[in-house]
Write a protein that binds this ligand. Structure first.
Ligand SMILES: C[S@@+](CC[C@H](N)C(=O)[O-])C[C@H]1O[C@@H](n2cnc3c(N)ncnc32)[C@H](O)[C@@H]1O
Length: 257
């Protein structure tokens, strides 16, 4: 797997995409399932820009404890700055495979768009179960990248772009096996929720418009894709107007330990 740039520029780009109404609505759906309550201790694995951490902190209040964990220094700097006025929050440097917390430390754990980047998902889920108290809640969300529908003119070029894009993930179709892995890690899956993102017209302030830039940057130079190929692919999507269409499915699983 080639790592997506979760450096300063990558973090800023992700922050923009994750501020769009599409991803704001997705976070609200995840929060609704996580149900953080006043005074609880909650962990966000792979906390990225820290938007979900902040929302959880507001729900648990100053008597609660919220930890965000991420291996990217750029992401952690961004999340720490974003949550700076919330004393119940600490952002820690670390990896999903070895959570730096004691057994049973949390009432709830959440992780969105992270395990598709993790090599040993089962091991990471076992770690989540270890740091949850008995009966604790776990909400996990990932994308099946094959669920993406995007109205591109040159289907062969589009196929090559998406094939190159998948190089940044360990498992681009993780949701298909996540419930089974959760059960093997000792969880009971209690809810399965489909969260589609739908952009029926081209609009700069959408998930897909921002993602054109993220994908374009990553795939240039991979699988023989030149700058010109990628510019042609991006220009076509951006100029589709009312013929534009984008959808992708997120899969959210709620489990108890
Ligand atoms: C697509 S972003 C999602 C960020 C955040 N969870 C959200 O939904 O807003 C993926 C995040 O996972 C982090 N990540 C990648 N590999 C990881 C690992 N092995 N353990 C923990 N986090 C990881 C990245 O640094 C990045 O912040």
């Amino acid at each position: 797997m080639a790592m997506l740039g979760f450096d300063d520029e990558g973090a800023r780009r992700l922050q923009r995409v994750y501020s769009t109404p599409d991803v704001v609505a997705q976070r609200a759906e995840v929060l609704r399932r996580l149900r953080p309550a006043a005074g609880e201790a909650v962990l966000d694995v792979g906390s990225g820009p820290g938007f979900l951490v902040a929302a959880i902190a507001d729900a648990v209040g100053t008597d609660g404890v919220v930890r965000g964990l991420d291996p990217s220094p750029a992401m952690n700097a961004m999340a720490s700055a974003y949550c700076a006025d919330r004393s119940q929050v600490r952002i820690d440097d670390g990896d999903a495979g070895a959570l730096p917390y004691p057994d049973g430390a949390f009432d709830a754990v959440v992780s969105t768009q992270v395990y598709e980047y993790v090599a040993d998902v089962l091991g990471a889920l076992v770690e989540v179960r270890r740091v949850l108290r008995p009966g604790g809640r776990f909400v996990v969300l990932d994308t099946d990248w094959e669920s993406m529908v995007w109205h591109a003119a040159d289907r062969e070029l589009h196929r090559r772009v998406l094939e190159a894009w998948e190089e940044h993930l360990v498992d681009p179709r993780l949701p298909r096996v996540l419930p089974g892995l959760l059960e093997r890690a000792g969880f009971r899956v209690v809810e399965r929720v489909l969260i589609p993102l739908f952009n029926p017209v081209y609009d700069e302030n959408t998930y897909s418009a921002g993602t054109i830039e993220v994908i374009g940057d990553f795939v240039t130079g991979r699988q023989g894709l030149t700058e010109q190929d990628v510019a042609r692919w991006a220009d076509d999507l951006r100029s589709r107007g009312t013929d534009y269409l984008f959808t992708i499915n997120r899969y959210c699983f709620v489990a108890t330990s």
